[in-house]
Design a protein around this ligand. Structure first.
Ligand code: GDP
Ligand code: ZN
Length: 447
């Protein structure tokens, strides 16, 4: 790995007036810059009081100077942290001064990118830093902290080691052609591979939950016009965000609402009524509703006792990964009571968006899907990680097929090699410049 040779600087605190503002500098010029600003050599990891002056000796600000020598720093390089007053004008002046002394402006995420390149953290940990800053719920923040601390990475690495061990085993067999067939027929190999696939399936489920904790559970509310979709969204969100009327077809666009239910995040989308229509505006709404469904974690069908059987068709041909929920709404009109049933095709809930009866059961189920209560073992993940784990699963399945059908060691070993590569992409053992660019450019400046 190459280590960067120049020195970068950025304002690390949020813009706007605040009690304290922080400037961060990283790179080889840091000791010299610190000496200039302080008038003497700084003591490592010591809070120095400093008066910051410009090139002409004019006062910029006064505050604290902290010096972290390499490699015991966030980036692994020499790092300087300057704390001044939280004023954009003062911090800009200080930043200009630091750049005169040999630093340049940092790109978004460049400090964390350097931490990754210097081996201070792997890629999932670096991504978790950004996810922690952007966390929208307590559960999401806690999960991101776990990933940042390495909980996800360690599981990926453990799987990687097991995979490599199996690959070595199989490749050893290939080197002895006269015994290869017997060797590969050994049930121990199949057992090892099966165990690996089981562990992978577990990790995939945990990573999927990690994505939900990170991004929020995406719930697409669907149903015929007037079923009560907007009323349900309002009831869950506790506001009058969506327009509720008696005229069928009112909700033409997709309305979105983010809400936090007891510390977990939900992303609700109220879609247009899914019905065939000639009105071009409404037709566009229906098209968007279908798009929304394809991206959702949960399809929540709102219907009533009268229409349930017919409306169930709206839940057909959804990907298997989409959870299905059926809400039999308007029980206040049907004179029935709220209840909750787990059926083969979906979870069914009887409730009233109007009176609120039965909605607690719905809330509890959504919270559970969103990862509430997953506690200490839960880590955050990104869609990219889930896609990589799915790739690993495909290759392990192929490896098992090949072994079982043909005992072809070469082919099985090749599948394992590809599985290993996909797994390595998660933590960044294998990473392209494009991937790194995409990940770090979405960070904020100063992190
Ligand atoms: P949408 O078209 O599916 O979004 O349906 P709306 O939420 O706009 O509701 C259509 C009509 O049904 C409105 O008059 C609501 O007040 C009414 N409504 C919705 N939910 C209930 C319910 O649980 N009970 C009763 N009695 N009326 C409801
Ligand atoms: Zn509506």
């Amino acid at each position: 790995m190459t280590s960067a040779v120049d020195t970068i600087a950025a304002i690390a605190s949020a813009p706007g007036a605040a009690g304290v503002g922080v400037l961060r500098v990283s790179g080889p010029a840091v000791p010299a810059i610190a000496r200039h600003l302080l008038g003497r050599d700084p003591q490592p990891r010591h809070a120095h009081f400093a008066v910051f002056r410009d090139a002409l000796g004019e006062l910029i600000d006064q505050g604290l100077l902290l010096y972290f020598p390499a490699p015991a720093s966030y980036t692994g390089e020499h790092v300087l942290e300057l704390q001044g007053h939280g004023s954009t004008v003062l911090l800009d002046g200080l930043l200009r001064r630091v750049c005169q002394l040999g630093a340049r402006l940092a790109r978004p995420g460049e400090f964390t990118e350097r931490a990754f390149l210097n081996g201070k953290m792997d890629l999932t940990q670096a991504e978790a830093v950004a996810d922690l800053i952007a966390a929208r719920s307590q559960a999401g923040a806690r999960a991101a902290l776990h990933s940042m601390e390495g909980m996800f990475s360690r599981k990926v690495d453990a799987l990687l080691q097991a995979l490599i061990a199996l690959r070595v085993h199989i490749e050893a067999a290939i080197d002895f052609p006269e015994e290869e067939i017997d060797f590969l027929a050994d049930p121990a190999i199949t057992r090892q591979l099966d165990a690996l696939r089981e562990r992978l399936a577990d990790l995939l489920r945990e990573a999927q939950r990690g994505v939900r904790l990170n991004d929020g559970l995406r719930v697409a509310i669907i149903g015929r016009p007037n079923a009560g979709k907007s009323s349900l969204l309002n009831a869950l969100a506790g506001s009058e965000r969506a327009i509720v009327t008696d005229i069928a077809g009112t909700t033409r666009d997709v309305l979105r609402e983010s809400l936090s239910l007891d510390g977990v995040a939900l992303e609700l989308a109220d879609t247009a009524g899914l019905r065939e229509t000639d009105d071009p505006v409404e037709r566009e709404g229906v098209r968007r509703a279908h798009g929304e469904l394809a991206r959702a974690d949960v399809a929540l069908l709102v219907t009533d006792t009268q229409h349930a059987e017919h409306d169930l068709a709206l839940l057909s041909d959804l990907p298997a990964s989409v959870e299905r929920l059926v809400l039999i709404n308007k029980i206040d009109l049907a004179h029935t009571h709220s209840r909750y049933e787990t059926r083969a095709d979906a979870i069914w809930v009887w409730a009233s968006a109007k009176t609120g009866e039965g909605l607690d059961a719905l809330r509890d189920y959504l919270k559970q899907l969103a990862g509430a209560g997953s506690g200490e073992g839960a880590f955050s993940a990104r869609r990219r990680h889930v896609l990589a784990l799915e790739q690993v699963a495909v290759h392990l399945d192929s490896a098992a097929d090949v072994l079982l059908a043909t005992r072809a060691g070469e082919l099985a070993a090749e599948e394992l090699r590809q599985a290993q590569h996909a797994l390595g992409e998660i933590t960044g053992t294998y990473s392209s410049d494009d991937l790194l660019g995409a990940i770090f450019s979405s960070f904020c400046i100063g992190k």
